[in-house]
Design a protein around this ligand. Structure first.
Ligand code: 7TS
Length: 404
């Protein structure tokens, strides 16, 4: 059923060597590698279908439009949205979050209104809200976390006031791997009359995410982290909420009728999709979602959880190992420092052994500050990684640490 050897054959890049060593790719939280079917779908569409969508009467344009809209339906099913109108294509999580900050911010937030974030957010779920704070004078409140890496839910409840309009939280931390209890947190937000956004950048690739089950108002994710191409992402929004939000950008595609005096906008989701969309990317993303669905999201989750558990166990063997994020059920990410070795040195030396990890602040500087460090090293797993690769990582770290 879940045959790793066969699965790895689907990803040609995994057969590569770097510095004459087999590539061990453990930077999947940054971006995942692409299966052959995704790359072929991109080539195939450019070779034989390419035409701009939603505007041509001609055959190719119709076919490209069908692929693009089929892809939207595919995304809708994948996250269990109620309607394809709730699926807005964007460039990725970052653009989805900026869209919500700009448009929801315009429609729903006044000076003094409050948005709640968590201390473990990626910068892309912090800075758009700060930009809005500069424009509108909103107030940002932050959910703290405990030593292990769990958000403090008791403090969370105390942050609400009658001015709280929105809560935006990562489903899974890209550093700690903490799986935040967003279903429960959304219930709390709704109890206080606030909306709830889930940043699914690090959850959608790893386990089944169902927007109706979570009962979230928004969900964001990036195609490139779920085995799809770069440059395509998704904003899910509850239809009645999206209806009440103004357009994000103006241009073609998003209008119903334009005169110099007055312009009316297209229906959802096109109101939020100004300009020529990445219709090749959307189709390739759908192919990627089909691919993970064929493997089974539950199988992928089980495999990655087992790898993470194994990696945490083996990492603890290493002298002076400091692990960040030790929550129960943590997902596919292991962040660490070893003694006083600078994470950049560690990453550079591991790279020479063919091991690709990420080092630095991981676009989460407030979290680094909370942990009292400038940076960390991070290994992150995908559906194709193996225990043998974890062993190579552990032996690599031991070797580097002997050098220091
Ligand atoms: N939110 C989370 C939780 C993320 O992990 C990332 C990217 C983003 C948002 C932004 O996604 P983008 O596709 O728009 O860039 N995280 C990482 C990472 O951990 N290493 O590189 C990118």
């Amino acid at each position: 059923m879940y045959n790793l050897e066969e699965i790895r054959q689907d990803f040609p890049i995994l057969g590569r060597q770097v510095y004459n060593r087999p590539l061990v790719y453990l930077d999947n939280a940054a971006t995942t590698q692409k299966p052959r079917c995704v790359v072929e779908a991109i080539a195939e569409e450019y070779y034989s279908v390419n035409a701009n969508v939603h505007r041509g009467v001609h055959y190719l344009s119709q076919q490209a439009t069908d692929l693009h809209e089929d892809a939207r339906n595919r995304v809708k099913d994948f996250i269990n949205a109620r309607s394809a109108a709730e699926v807005v294509f964007t460039r990725g999580t970052t653009e989805s979050l900026n869209l919500v900050a700009a448009s929801f911010g315009e429609a729903f937030l006044k000076e003094g209104d409050e948005v709640i974030l968590s201390v473990m957010e990626h910068h892309s779920n912090i800075v758009p809200w700060q930009l809005l704070r500069e424009r509108k004078g909103i107030v940002i409140k932050v959910i703290p976390m405990d030593e292990v890496g769990n958000l403090c839910l008791d403090v969370y409840e105390t942050l609400f006031s009658e001015r709280t309009k929105l809560v935006c939280v990562a489903h899974v931390s890209n550093v700690l791997g903490t799986v935040n209890p967003v279903e429960e947190m959304a219930r709390t937000a709704h109890k206080y009359g606030a909306f709830f956004l889930v940043d699914g950048a690090q959850s959608v690739p790893h386990f089944k995410v169902d927007v109706q089950q979570l009962n979230c108002d928004f969900l964001t994710f990036s195609g490139h982290k779920v085995y799809g191409p770069t440059g395509i992402g998704v904003l899910y929004g509850r239809e009645e909420l999206l209806e009440r939000m103004p357009p994000y950008q103006g241009g073609g595609e998003m209008i119903a009728r334009v005169t110099f005096e007055h312009t009316t906008y297209e229906r959802l989701p096109y109101k939020f999709e100004a300009g020529t969309p990445d219709y090749v990317g959307s189709h390739a993303l759908a192919v990627a979602l089909d691919y993970v669905t064929r493997l089974g999201m539950d199988n992928i989750a089980a495999h990655e959880r087992e790898l993470t558990r194994y990696a945490m166990k083996r990492m603890r063997e290493i002298d002076s190992m400091k692990l960040y994020g030790e929550t129960v059920g943590k997902d596919a990410v292991v962040a660490f420092n070893v003694g006083d070795i600078h994470p950049l040195d560690l990453g550079t030396l591991l790279d020479r052994l063919g091991i690709a990890i990420r080092t630095g602040h991981h676009c989460a500087q407030p979290l680094m500050a909370r942990c009292g460090v400038e940076g960390m090293a991070r290994a992150s797993f995908a559906l194709y990684n193996t225990k043998e690769e974890v062993d190579v990582l552990v032996e690599g770290i031991k070797r580097v640490s002997r050098m220091f």
